[in-house]
Ligand binder design. Sequence first.
Ligand code: AP5
Length: 231
Amino acid sequence: MSDIILLGPPGAGKGTQARRLVEERGLVQLSTGDMLREARSSGTEMGRRVAEVMDRGNLVTDDIVIGLIEERLAASKAAGFIFDGFPRTLAQADALGALLKRAGRHLDAVIEMRVDDEALVRRITGRFTCGNCGEVYHDLTRPTARPGICDACGSTDLRRRADDNEESLRTRLLEYYKNTAPLIGYYYALGKLRPVDGLDGVDAVAAAIAAILDAPPAAGKGPLDATAETH
Ligand code: AP5
């Protein structure tokens, strides 16, 4: 069973591409951001603490997010998972490697979505989503066909995220460069890293990802072949 990771800064387009991969390839999306947003609306003490951390733009602790992924992996026998927004730290990456190995699964590719910071600010500050079906829109680049109505499901419950403002985004970017960007080197060393130009349009990015997923497995496994076998 083969899985992929979508790796990139906030607003790189991970959620947008994950939804397409679910529709087009029947993969199962595991978004820790979505799971944490569910947890925050649970009304529990844990949910309240998670909400505070997310709204500031900081990372939720490793034990919480690893626990969420562990539960989902144990509950599903999907042919392929898309990890969207996970892992985000080296500890999470190590934990994922161990979980996949224990489940007899195989990490196919880590798609690194490259987008510059200016584009990220434009994307994040213009984003809104459907509260009913999760479809992702943008004020300028992907507005709904009829104002205030979701194209996909007809709902009028269109929302903006509490952390989609310039101040939280600054913190989210700092967290990304400090904790998540080191994963680029980590997965490169394992021979899994596949960069795509995330500045391209949504269709072009989807085509680049499809080409990676449809390519025959590379002959060499990467600079650290022996280690790659364990992930
Ligand atoms: P999360 O929900 O994962 O947010 P994120 O990583 O900041 O990513 P986003 O959802 O903001 O962006 P995206 O890359 O999915 O972009 P999208 O497709 O929507 O995490 C939120 C918070 O939860 C974190 O800050 C943290 O607190 C916590 N958290 C989550 N996971 C965690 C973990 N593992 N460990 C610890 N804490 C964790 O696109 C953005 C906009 O751009 C949209 O409007 C879209 O229409 C537009 N767009 C997309 N693609 C294109 C394109 N190619 N061209 C033009 N516009 C585009």
